[in-house]
Ligand binder design. Structure first.
Ligand code: RP5
Length: 293
């Protein structure tokens, strides 16, 4: 996470009104900023049944809501939750449904390209900002984050027209997600929808495809994604919100595993002739002893 959130202060979400400009040094709540006049904005939803009421003080369990941020939930004197990373130039909930943390889950699905061997991950193109992103989504009420990660991946990457391909996709994803994955990040997301009073938090899981699975996993755009594809990771890769940071964590861990694997193989290649020579020497000694006796 950068020192100060960047996307959460930006105009990257084109449907947002202009935010009040917050310079880096004014982001922390501890920095005095008497001229601060954040823009109030709450998106008027057609289906508001799962959204919070307009008044945060009317929510009985607000103070008990789960946050992954170490300091716990902070509130302003009126009882409204305060963004743990500081000012964003906007108050109220923006396009987020909940006051305070809004929970998501993100799958980082990787493979080595079947012919080039390049490390790749699955990305979707978001319709709201047009940026490439991990195929994550909001955790539904009563749902575990691991089920969300699988559901979102299936919805966003697996809307296949051919029923046979769809069935195969489901088999393969069951195998992939059956492993449970590895948690690589849990906490605040620098999301362009965040406000001073509502923000995204996520759990990002890594799943690595076997060679066979990586070659077979069919991908097609679906749900709120206009495109989905395998992306080769290189210096030019750009992703939505703070997604790139978690992908980089995965790349580092896979690269160091590969290095270790290479070292083990290298050591085995060097050691094998020695082991064979020693073994041959022992046999010769044994044979000559046997001849003498
Ligand atoms: C991001 O928003 C999360 O990391 C996740 O990828 C996404 C969830 O929101 P929706 O895609 O469901 O809008 O902050």
């Amino acid at each position: 996470m950068p020192l100060y959130h960047m996307s959460a202060r930006s105009q990257q979400n084109p449907s947002y009104p202009q935010r009040f400009e917050v310079p880096d040094e004014k982001v922390p709540w501890s920095a005095p900023f008497p001229e601060y006049q954040p823009t109030p904005y709450t998106f008027a939803r057609k289906d508001a049944s799962f959204a919070d009421p307009a008044d945060p003080n009317s929510i009985p369990d607000l103070k008990q809501r789960v946050t992954y941020e170490a300091g716990g939930l902070q509130f302003d004197p009126s009882g409204t939750p305060l963004n743990p990373m500081g000012r964003t130039g906007m108050v109220e909930r923006g396009r987020l449904a909940k006051w305070g943390p809004n929970h998501a889950a993100d799958p980082i699905v990787t493979r080595y390209h079947p012919t080039t061997g390049e490390l790749q991950f699955v990305a979707i193109k978001r319709k709201d900002t047009g940026e490439w992103a991990l195929p994550g989504g909001m955790v539904d009420a009563g749902e575990t984050v691991s089920s969300t990660v699988r559901r979102e991946f299936t919805e966003e990457a697996g809307a296949l027209q051919d029923p046979k391909l769809q069935a195969r996709f489901e088999e393969l994803t069951a195998e992939l997600f059956g492993s449970g994955g590895r948690v690589v990040y849990r906490g605040y997301v620098d999301d362009p929808r965040n406000t001073d009073n509502a923000w995204m938090e996520t759990t990002a899981f890594h799943f690595h495809c076997s060679k066979e699975l990586g070659a077979m996993l069919p991908l097609e755009a679906g749900d709120d994604a206009s495109h989905v594809k395998w992306v080769t990771i290189d210096a030019s890769t750009k992703l939505y919100a703070s997604h790139l940071q978690w992908v980089e964590t995965v790349v580092q861990s896979l690269t160091s595993k590969m290095r270790l694997h290479g070292l083990v193989i290298g050591a085995a290649v060097i050691a094998l002739p020695l082991i064979l020579a020693v073994a041959a020497g022992v046999t010769v000694v044994r044979m000559s002893r046997a001849r003498r006796s």
